[in-house]
Design a protein around this ligand. Structure first.
Ligand code: CS2
Ligand code: MG
Length: 402
């Protein structure tokens, strides 16, 4: 088999998605997600200008070799743009291989290790009462795990709280919108949310929370400690993880489990955190961490240190990423949980998929490949629209992490 064409498709059915479609001389094709929220066109150029010409004529069955060729061969390794581009190629090649074998991808990876993949949904509200109500909606839908975020009195807008509850989309402006942040107000308010959720619904569901990189280690330690009575499944991105040593301080103060890694791109970003057992869940996923090939490597390393997977699954990761991730999750021995932010009906229509939701879990389906396709005619009806993620400032105007 030979690769004849590598085509990049950009579509915006409510939000931007970049998809790579690899064609072969045998009529089989595979697709991979290459979406990098707020920087989509950088990956488009990387793929069209540099990667696609090198793929023509290559044997698509040599997945590992092509991965190494793109990683080692470009000299400038790692980083979100490079690794999203490599991921897209890798995902498309696994799709082709599984189609050629007439198997769903999870079979090719080693078969199912579980019946389905537990997912968590996002309950959020502008105040605690609204979030409590939203948590109830998710329990009614059958979710076993729910992430809870709430607006904070005195702060006009914050991460994780959306106008459109089911389809949270933070990249919503042609120019970055500005949020305001107060750690003091956040630290006072957040434990009250979880106290009320547990008081209302008891302890039958897993609860999760995303701090979104905003605290210092000692503040994160304090938050984790104050949330211990409510037994969270995890506290996510409690500090910006550039400096791994920060997590030692957090660990000294709390046994609330920690999840990190949605913005990591390679096993090297994860290594010290995993081998020092500073986290409990690794958040890397297919599109931003080098595809199925590289995610397998990260998960294998994690398995040696009791770290489980918790793949990122926000709406800016396309259904193609979700399909690939679900096949991976059904197989991976040290599975933890999968994030599942639902896509809008427009997005689901552009990306017909075999995966389905039942009783708080997703199954990738049994279609050969990863089970997700793209309707190119429909995709063409939604042209690219520039959209930025917000930026964040302290109340005195100082820039801080969003
Ligand atoms: C996030 C995302 O889902 C999550 O846990 O942190 O919402 C993240 O903000 C977006 O993926 C950014 O593009
Ligand atoms: Mg997150």
């Amino acid at each position: 088999m030979k690769i004849t064409k590598a085509q990049v498709i950009v579509t915006c059915p409510g939000r931007n998605f970049v998809t790579l479609k690899i064609h072969t001389n045998e009529g089989l094709y595979g697709i991979g997600d290459a979406t990098l929220n707020g920087r989509e066109k950088a990956v488009v150029s990387y793929l069209e200008d540099y990667v696609a010409p090198c793929l023509i004529g290559k044997d698509p069955e040599r997945i590992e070799d092509i991965w190494q060729y793109l990683y080692r061969g470009c000299y400038w390794r790692r980083g979100p743009v490079t690794m999203s581009a490599i991921a897209a190629v890798d995902t498309a090649l696994w799709d082709i291989k599984a189609k050629a074998a007439d198997m769903p991808l999870y079979q090719l990876l080693g078969g199912a290790s579980r019946d389905s993949v537990m997912v968590y949904g996002h309950a959020n509200g502008t105040n605690i009462e609204e979030t409590i109500e939203e948590v109830g909606k998710y329990t009614d839908l059958g979710y076993k795990a729910i992430r809870a975020q709430t607006g904070i009195p005195g702060i006009p807008s914050t991460y994780g709280v959306s106008k459109d509850k089911m389809f949270y989309e933070p990249a919503d402006a042609e120019f970055p919108s500005e949020n305001v942040w107060s750690t003091e107000k956040y630290l006072d308010h957040t434990p009250k949310l979880f106290e009320k959720i547990r008081g209302t619904y008891g302890f039958d569901h897993h609860l999760l929370h995303d701090v979104h990189h905003r605290l210092t280690p000692i503040e994160a330690g304090r938050l984790g400690k104050s949330l211990e009575p409510y037994r969270l499944f995890w506290m996510e991105d409690c500090v910006a993880a550039d400096n791994v040593e920060s997590l030692k301080l957090v660990r000294q103060h709390t046994v609330t489990p920690l999840a990190i890694g949605e913005i990591f791109n390679s096993v090297w970003d994860c290594k010290d955190m995993i081998t020092n057992q500073l986290i409990d869940y690794i958040r890397t996923t297919v599109v931003h961490a080098g595809g199925i090939t590289h995610l397998k490597q990260i998960a294998s390393l994690a398995s040696l240190y009791h770290v489980r997977t918790g793949c990122h699954g926000a709406t800016d990761l396309s259904p193609v990423c979700m399909g690939a991730s679900l096949n991976f999750n059904l197989w991976v021995p040290n599975f933890g949980i999968q994030e599942y932010m639902r896509h809008t009906p427009e997005t689901d229509e552009v990306f017909p998929h075999a995966y389905s939701f039942n009783k708080g879990a997703l199954h990738p389906g049994n279609t050969p490949g990863h089970g997700v396709d793209i309707d190119e005619k429909l995709a063409a009806k939604y042209p690219y629209k520039r959209a930025y993620l917000p930026v964040n400032r302290l109340e005195d105007g100082t820039m801080c992490n969003w």
